[in-house]
Write a protein that binds this ligand. Structure first.
Ligand code: SF4
Length: 474
């Protein structure tokens, strides 16, 4: 994308943005994916198994010298947070880690034989569950396994990040994480209001977060990110305003501001939340707009789906240079072409194939005991999938679609190929979500809030009516 086009994207939430009428909100308040992949996980095929994956990947990958991304999933949590939609196992029994670590090591051996042990790991992310469920010795052991089976690096350009549950970590553990090579931290903050914390069963004080943030800065972590959620029970403009003021005071480099999706029929823990305590769709828009205004006034930039960053942060610089990327962990600056996901339910993306590991622990263990990469389902992307994936990635990351580039790369006539989609895009243009500029597509400030809706236009699987329950867009 041309830099001049990026500079045209204004970075402010105007008064008119906050004055959406109810009809517009109702129109775009539909369920849809977050597009951390395309096709999305519900469209993976259970027939695509380990044997097929190994046949598809093995020949090419061993001669591949491009960098690699790694994701490690630690599924255990000490307590349940009622809003949670992650794949986790809630237990206070710390001994469960032993069996898991042993199987992770085995998976690393099998996966690295397939991906190649020689490829430099530029991006590493520990997610969960709660990675800090593991104690210091176990985290050290895990890094030792990773270093044995893959080529970790100490390059300054690496992005090695870990999700932190502030309730399960000490300041000494932060020093250890730095020593193990992590340079980015992601703290689950969610909301500082006590009534909200009680309703979601997640109690953590401001002092706790402040202390952790200060300690992380002392240890010179490159980037500190906070996860916040809007749409939680009992959140009001006043309560969320106070939370955001506290966040701004602590000044994290990145803020992921997620929309709570209430899907109690899918996620059992959410049944502990009374839907009558939740803000309405209109109230959620007001909450989002309030927070966006405050963050932007405090010099954060809304870079797209759920994310605000400081102008000094690498993600902002990457977007300015049209180098921002998106994968299962969200936005990234140095995503490698291939990602190996390790652990129960982890997803790998290799050579235009996606696979997801077994989602149940026992199934994961059993397949590894049989010396198999524990795959649950997957998909081999068609040319059409790759084309649509690239379009969705460009819109999500650049807030812009260069139609000429797409035509050239895929040898298509965009307006002919996507003639049905263009009718929907013109409708969105009338609603102010985007504009056409010299044949190319530019997402407006309001459109940034509706990025999922714009991407959904290009989702062939949604068009085909694949029945999947997603969270609502707003
Ligand atoms: S939100 Fe995080 S810490 Fe809470 S139950 Fe879910 S995975 Fe565990």
């Amino acid at each position: 994308m041309a830099l001049s086009s990026i500079s045209m994207i204004e970075n402010h939430i105007t008064e008119s943005d906050s004055c959406w009428d109810n009809n517009l909100i109702a129109k775009y308040d539909v369920a849809g994916p977050r597009y951390t992949s395309y096709p999305t996980v519900p469209n993976f095929d259970v027939e695509y198994d380990t044997k097929q994956y190994c046949e598809d990947i093995s020949a090419k990958s061993l001669s591949n010298i491009s960098p690699l991304s790694l994701y490690v999933h630690i599924p255990f949590c000490q307590n349940i947070c009622y809003y949670c939609a992650c794949n986790k196992v809630v237990t206070s029994d710390k001994s469960v880690s032993r069996r898991y670590l042993d199987h992770l090591e085995k998976e690393m051996r099998l996966q690295s034989e397939l991906s190649g042990t020689h490829r430099t790991v530029m991006q590493l992310h520990f997610g969960g569950g709660t990675p800090t469920f593991l104690d210091g010795a176990q985290l050290t052991e895990l890094m030792h396994y990773l270093a044995t089976h893959f080529s970790l690096t100490d390059s300054d350009r690496r992005e090695y990040s870990i999700e932190i549950d502030p309730r399960t970590i000490s300041k000494d553990s932060l020093a250890l994480l730095k020593g193990l090579g992590f340079n980015r931290l992601s703290l689950g903050v969610q909301d500082f209001d006590e009534k909200v914390q009680k309703a979601i069963n997640r109690h953590q004080s401001f002092d706790m977060i402040e202390h952790l943030t200060q300690t992380a800065r002392l240890h010179q972590f490159k980037s500190i990110s906070y996860d916040l959620i809007y749409g939680l029970p009992f959140q009001t403009k006043d309560s969320l305003s106070e939370t955001i003021d506290k966040v701004i005071l602590l000044s994290p480099d990145r803020i992921a501001f997620y929309n709570y999706a209430h899907l109690p029929e899918r996620f059992k823990s959410q049944r502990s939340i009374d839907r009558h305590d939740l803000p309405t769709a209109q109230e959620k828009i007001e909450l989002f707009t309030l927070v966006a205004k405050k963050l932007i006034a405090a010099d954060y930039v809304h870079i797209g789906m759920d994310h605000f960053v400081k102008k000094t942060d690498a993600l902002y610089k990457a977007q300015q240079q049209a180098k921002l990327q998106r994968n299962f962990q969200g936005y990234s600056t140095c995503m490698a072409p291939d990602l190996v996901g390790l652990g129960v339910s982890a997803i790998s993306s290799m050579d235009n194939r996606y696979v997801q590991n077994a989602v149940q622990l026992e199934d994961y263990y059993q397949q590894l005991d049989e010396d198999k990469i524990p795959i649950n389902k997957g998909i081999s992307l068609s040319v059409d999938d790759c084309l649509r994936r690239e379009i969705i990635a460009q819109i999500s990351c650049d807030l812009y679609l260069n139609v000429n580039d797409i035509n050239e790369k895929y040898q298509i006539d965009f307006h002919q190929y996507f003639k049905d989609e263009i009718i929907q895009l013109y409708e969105m243009e009338k609603d102010g979500l985007l504009q056409w500029q010299d044949e190319n597509l530019l997402v407006s400030t309001i459109g940034r809030l509706m990025l999922r809706n714009i991407c959904m236009v290009f989702d062939k699987y949604l068009q085909q009516g694949v029945a999947v329950k997603f969270s609502k867009s707003l």
